[in-house]
Design a protein around this ligand. Structure first.
Ligand code: PLP
Length: 433
């Protein structure tokens, strides 16, 4: 090429959650056995079905001609008014329909949030981190992500001292990102932690990005504090969506609520640039936006959510039981979302391995694990090759911790228990090999 056509952040884009799928398909072909998918957070793929009343609402809207047209750039006014009213009845920050902007899923919102930041301005995020955020942030700057640690030994609570110090000594940090409830850890951060983060943002004149896509998926008696309850005058963006909550990930529908943008001219200009960028794309998908008010105000909605959360609570407790007797790893049963991260706390050696069922699979997996491969990646490939279970290595979530992430989504109790007992047994075989 006459001119370098590669974007400055091209090497920062990585989404192992989907990359591993090709390897898994190859293992399924070679072994002739199905894969137990524990890699991706798609409840539909894992056999969840939307309740009939919700499908009927979607179907009735699908019969209306107007749902086939473009929506306004910010999103349907009626839906934004509904969401603003709902927010105002819960949070202490008051918003109106103009403070809400729809996207084609939060993936689209995330790429705009970082893509339209000035290149030198950085957003510090959690480690481990959901890669859609960390990769988009790093790609916009051309440098690796800047992170604060979530500590597995303290129930995945953030290291606020590290956060404060990094913010204090790195002037390029303009924002703090938090995912609450968190992916990949399943942690729900207590109110005091969110308040302290807001305080750091206030002191150093930063803005906040709170990814709250799992905000209504909380259990084990925990409560999750939306940023709107504690943000007061600090500029902030809350990201919400229906991919996990309805769950309708294929609807590609999420939205941004902006708090306090009129209080800071620079933040206001930044938000305006995101809106202008969305205008160039015309609008986001109309049908899922159209159904939101009717679904969320349906009398069945709250009970149905409670039932769903008690399913995840049961899964979380099963995880607690299975891993209570599994030396060599730290496992915090999740309190929110539907992921669990297993962290190795025993030292991992180069020669650790799992026995493969045949020479062809062994040779295929060995090629994927050359000398020097991350040990958790090796464990994940060996688990796939030896037991047809597909999880994601923690090292692909921007962290020095070694482990893997899996999900609570399996609907069948027996299959769930069997999968996790097999994983626990594979951990012991790997550590003792
Ligand atoms: C924390 C978090 N944010 C955003 C997304 C993306 O959601 P969407 O389907 O709305 O693009 C996900 C998907 O897994 C997620 O876990």
């Amino acid at each position: 090429m006459r001119t370098n056509i590669v974007h400055i952040g091209a090497t920062e884009l990585n989404y192992e959650i989907r990359k591993i799928v090709d390897v898994a398909h190859e293992i399924a072909r070679m072994s002739g056995q199905p894969i137990q998918w524990e890699n991706i957070g798609d409840p539909i793929q894992k056999g969840e079905s939307l309740p009939l009343w919700m499908k009927e609402i979607v179907a009735s809207h699908a019969m209306k001609d107007e749902t086939y047209g473009y929506s306004p750039t910010k999103g349907l006014l009626e839906t934004r008014e509904f969401l603003a009213k709902r927010r105002n009845s819960q949070g202490n920050v008051k918003i109106d329909a103009n403070d809400i902007l729809f996207f084609n899923g939060l993936g689209d919102a995330v790429s705009k949030v970082y893509g339209f930041l000035r290149r030198e301005a950085r957003v510090i995020g959690p480690s481990p981190a959901y890669p859609t955020h960390s990769s988009a942030e790093a790609a916009h700057s051309g440098y690796p992500p800047i992170t604060y640690r979530l500590d597995p030994a303290r129930g995945w609570m953030p290291d606020l001292e590290e956060l404060r110090n990094k913010v204090k000594y790195n002037e390029s940090i303009a924002g703090i990102m938090i995912i609450n409830p968190d992916n990949p850890t399943g942690a729900v951060f207590p109110r005091e932690i969110i308040e302290e983060m807001v305080q750091i943002a206030r002191e150093y004149k930063l803005f906040l990005v709170a990814d709250e896509i799992y905000i209504n998926m909380v259990y084990n008696g925990k409560e999750c504090t939306p940023i709107s309850e504690v943000v007061e005058e600090v500029p902030a963006i809350a990201l919400k969506g229906i991919s996990k909550e309805f769950p309708w990930p294929g609807g590609r529908c999420g939205w941004m609520e902006v708090y306090n943008h009129h209080k800071d001219p620079m933040f206001e200009l930044y938000i305006q640039s995101i809106l202008n960028a969305k205008m160039l794309e015309v609008s986001s998908t109309t049908l899922p936006q159209a159904v939101i008010p009717e679904v969320m105000s349906n009398p069945e909605y709250i009970n149905w959510q409670k039932e769903r959360n008690s399913f995840f609570e049961k899964r979380s407790q099963m995880i607690g039981k299975i891993f209570s007797d599994c030396p060599g790893v730290i496992v915090n049963p999740p309190d929110g979302a539907f992921y669990v991260s297993v962290v190795f706390d025993a030292p991992l050696g180069e020669n650790m391995h799992l026995k493969m069922p045949g020479a062809d699979i062994k040779s295929y997996i060995d090629k994927l694990c050359p000398p020097g491969v991350e040990p958790d990646r090796k464990f994940v490939y060996h688990l796939l090759g030896s037991r047809n279970i597909c999880v994601v290595p923690l090292s692909s979530f921007v962290t020095d911790l070694r482990g893997f992430r899996c999900t609570l989504l399996e609907k069948d109790d027996q299959k769930f228990e069997e999968t996790y007992r097999t994983i626990a047994e594979a951990i012991q075989e790997f550590l003792k090999s």
